[in-house]
Every structure is written in C-alpha cells, then in structure tokens.
Design a protein around this ligand. Structure first.
Ligand code: SF4
Ligand code: SF4
Length: 268
C-alpha cells in the first residue's frame, strides 16, 4: 500500500500572520525541527506516494535540512509539494531541480496589502524568489487569501500570476478574521455546510497522515493541541523513536471522529 504524508518540517517562521497557530498559541512552540536523518530512518521501507510540506507552527522553507530531505523524496520518486510564504532566499533552483510543486501564499500586489496579513514578510523578496523558481523550471501556485483590505486586488494578482508564469492562481478563504484583517464582502462560509452527524475523515479517505516538527504523527493537521484531543504530546506517536508499524497500533486510530475538531472539519 502507498501512503501520503503532510509533514511540518520545522516550527520556525518569519511571517507572524495574525491567525496562525504559532501567533495565537506561542506556548505550544517547542523549537522543533526534523532532520534528514529523522526522515530517512522513519521512511525507510515505506512506500510514499506524495508528501506535502506544510506547517501549523512553521514554514517548511526554514528547515535547515530542507534540500537534502527534498532530494531524498525526489530520489524515491515521491511527488513533493511545499506550501510556503516564500521568504527564504537561495533555495529555489534546488527545489525546481527536484520537481517540487510550490504553493506561495501571497495576499496582495503591494507591500501594504500583502503584509497586513503576512506581517513579517517582504513582497518583493517573495516575488523575486517565485520568479527564480519558475525561471528554473519550477511549477508554482499563487494562493491568495482575500480580506476586506485586499479583495479589490484579486484580479490584478491573478493577471500578475499569469504574467510571471505561475501554473495556477487560487483564492482560499481564511478561517478567522479580526479588525485588521476583516472578512471580505463575498465569502462563502464553508462551515455553514458542516451540520450533519456523519464524520467523513478526509485524511483517512486519502490515506494521509500529518507529521509535526516535533516528530509526532497524527491523523491530520487539525488535531494537534486542540482542546479534547488527548494525544498532542504523546511521544509514543513520535517517528523519531517509533516505527510506522508501532505507531499504527496506537489506540488513537480507533478514536478518529470522536473529537470536537472532527465535527468542525469533517462532518457532512
Ligand atoms: S506563513 Fe504560515 S506558518 Fe508562518 S506565520 Fe503565516 S500561517 Fe503561520
Ligand atoms: S478532524 Fe478528525 S475526521 Fe477530520 S481529518 Fe482530522 S481526524 Fe479525520
């Protein structure tokens, strides 16, 4: 059987987005990072179809071993995606060379509109990085999160994305809003649809798992550190000390669907 994994490589980030878990709950930061040795040891013998390097508390491009880790998966013919704010310099040609599909989170076409949400980032740096990646043959997506202050710029951003050679432009709604980053006018609230009693676990349907920068493996990215999920800090789920086979025997797998977050995200 082949597996899909989301992996948070590090909990470092420069952006300080107001609704990010690392901004809202900094007490959960453990200054954690995965290394090429952690990855190659754990994944030895596991058939992996795809990996998505994402982050609840960090941006994957800030992981010290990012390039060796990407080389490891590319060598093993695994499809690789990265979701990033795109700020780190000097890595883009290597990512393109290793067939990585990159989603850049860019929320405006001026520094002012973009950095109201991506607070600590520089738009020019990100656009230069994206261009370097695309020019080196990399496949890129521009992901735009609309708020009241930037929704007017969405068409201009889409045109800019096409001009730069992004393969796709997508608009994705924020899960949260505040006085600085207000809800845009024309938003569909996904959660309004989630009123049923049946839980359809999206990660299970996709045979997907989430590994955190601490090394702990969970069913999905929504659960860690949520109120009634009891395994956030359970190190018997840690890939640094346990094999996948051992982790799959954990009682957690029998409880999927029972936590509040499951109802919030996956009830249909
Ligand atoms: S870029 Fe991602 S990880 Fe970094 S602060 Fe923003 S949401 Fe959090
Ligand atoms: S929130 Fe629950 S049901 Fe949804 S993907 Fe995660 S574990 Fe599965």
């Amino acid at each position: 059987m082949k597996y899909n994994f989301n992996i948070e490589l590090t909990d470092k980030c420069n952006a300080a987005c107001p609704f990010c878990d690392r901004t809202l709950w900094p007490e959960n930061l453990e200054q954690a990072e995965l290394t090429i040795s952690d990855i190659s040891k754990f994944f030895n013998g596991i058939k992996v179809s795809s990996v998505l390097f994402n982050g609840l508390y960090g941006d994957p491009v800030f992981c010290k071993d990012l390039i060796p880790i990407v080389e490891y998966f590319n060598f093993n013919k695994t499809s690789i995606e990265i979701a990033t704010n795109g700020s780190k310099k000097g890595i883009w040609k290597d990512l393109a060379k290793n067939n990585v599909y990159v989603t850049f989170g860019i929320d405006g076409v001026t520094q002012e509109t973009h950095s109201k949400h991506r607070v600590g980032t520089n738009l020019n740096t990100i656009l230069n990085n994206a261009q370097e990646f695309i020019d080196a043959g990399g496949r890129a997506v521009w992901q735009f999160i609309p708020f009241k202050h930037n929704e007017h710029a969405i068409f201009e951003a889409n045109i800019k994305a096409n001009g730069m050679g992004f393969e796709k432009f997508i608009s994705r709604s924020s899960r949260r809003y505040n006085e600085e980053c207000e809800q845009p006018g024309e938003i569909t609230e996904r959660r309004k649809n989630y009123k049923g009693n049946t839980i359809r676990c999206k990660y299970m349907a996709d045979n997907r798992y989430q590994i955190m920068a601490t090394g702990r493996l969970h069913r999905c990215c929504y659960l860690p550190y949520t109120e009634d999920y009891p395994y956030s800090k359970d190190n018997s789920l840690n890939i640094k000390t346990h094999t996948f086979e051992q982790i799959l025997k954990h009682q957690m797998w029998n409880e999927i669907g029972s936590w509040k977050m499951c109802r919030k995200h996956c009830s249909v």
